[in-house]
Design a protein around this ligand. Structure first.
Ligand code: NAD
Length: 360
């Protein structure tokens, strides 16, 4: 099969880890007889430097014309002090909006070989960690009206958290559909005791529940959910929630499974095209040193193969290759363990690419 993939190489460690993901995709193409055509779509700090804007129109067009988009990470101290309207993350928000990506799916599952990396007690980890956070991505407080003003001689600010019924309905549907493909349990997270937007959210979840009789639904307040994720994560299968709550809970969920460098995420809208990225940032503190962990980026490429390119066997091959390499004891610095072999970013990527070639 021939597929067009847009690459956003990003800033900081972005280009290093993207090189390794492309090497693994090339190994997949070779092993399975596909042809992947890559096209660069500059975005973030590097786009600001080259074009003066964080998301050039041509990059959005490249992404919209592709079968899917791979993104490493963007941003860094170099662009922290520029005009807020031009900052790197504005490019990401504009890309999500431009591609109509309203659903972010982030798995929180413990890789058995990295059990020791979880900060939770072993009796909690032993019960298993395997859930998915489905987060609304283009609504709520991040996209509502932001205002700062002066009142009675002091500054004041507000951010509007607004949701329309249709925005809630489409993300809750993703939550139900994801639960149908997993263990059939959906936990809807809100703050319906104080927020009107949450009351509407809860009403819609309850209205939709009869459409999915196979799915067991429950509601949880966001503060309780934050607590339950560290107290007993085994109780969760799929969590569906709005943008701000999901941002915080998905970061918390990623931490209990170990390194931030291991976890992929996908953002989806209508149709099969998606945006796939690791959950971490551009890690400027370790950029250019060949010590970044490329596995989150490589697993994002595996998610892309599965969810956007309809290549489940190819995705399995990448995930098995990652497991095989970890089983052999190869570790980047962030996941190092006594008795294991320390490798850099490039060596880790090359080992995974070589292991893809050997998968059956
Ligand atoms: P970060 O995720 O970049 O780094 C946090 C810590 O984790 C650092 O110590 C870093 O070295 C480490 N780390 C991250 N990824 C790693 C990897 N693959 N291997 C090994 N260690 C890794 O978060 P931050 O420091 O808060 O942000 C740095 C920059 O990234 C900021 O400019 C921020 O705005 C940006 N950012 C971008 C995205 C994105 O592109 N989606 C997401 C978050 C942050």
């Amino acid at each position: 099969m021939e597929k067009h993939i847009a690459l956003i190489r990003g800033d900081g460690i972005g280009p290093e880890i993207m090189t390794q993901a492309v090497a693994v995709l090339d190994a997949v193409a070779e092993r399975f007889g596909h042809h992947f055509i890559y096209q660069d779509a500059p975005m973030g700090g590097s786009a600001i430097d080259a074009f003066g804007v964080p998301l050039p129109e041509s990059s959005l067009e490249t992404c919209l014309a592709s079968d899917s988009v791979l993104l490493s990470a963007i941003g860094g101290p170099k662009w922290d002090t520029i005009d807020p309207a031009l900052r790197p993350e504005k490019g990401l928000l504009a890309l999500r909006a431009g591609m109509g990506l309203y659903a972010n799916l982030r798995p929180a599952s413990l890789i058995p070989q990295l059990r020791e990396a979880s900060p939770l007690r072993s009796d909690i980890v032993d019960k298993g960690i395997d859930f998915m956070v489905v987060r609304e991505l283009i609504g709520g407080a991040y996209f509502g009206e932001h205002r700062t003003w002066t009142e009675d001689g002091q500054m004041a600010a507000s951010d509007l958290m607004a949701y329309r019924e249709s925005e809630i309905r489409r993300i809750v549907r993703v939550g139900f559909e994801t639960a149908m493909k997993r263990r059939g349990r959906l936990c809807s997270v809100d703050k319906a005791n104080v927020l009107d937007s949450s009351k509407l959210w809860r009403k819609i979840v309850n209205e939709m529940a009869p459409e999915y009789p196979e799915v067991e639904v429950r509601h949880m307040y966001v503060d309780n959910c934050a607590m339950q994720i560290v107290r007993d994560p085994s109780q969760f299968d799929v969590i569906v929630t709005e943008n701000l709550f999901g941002d915080i809970l998905s970061d918390e969920a990623s931490q209990i499974t170990g390194s931030i460098g291991m976890i992929p995420s996908s953002s989806l809208g209508e149709g099969s095209r998606g945006l796939y990225e690791p959950i971490h940032g551009s890690a400027p503190d370790i950029a250019g040193q060949d010590i970044a962990n490329p596995i989150g980026m490589i697993l994002a490429a595996a998610m892309m193969l599965r969810y956007s390119l309809d290549m489940p066997s190819e995705a399995d091959a990448v995930e098995q290759a990652v497991s095989a390499v970890l089983e052999r004891g190869l570790r980047t610095g962030d996941i190092s363990e006594p008795g294991c072999t320390a490798v850099g970013c490039a060596a880790m990527g090359q080992a995974i690419a070589a292991a893809v070639a050997k998968t059956r």
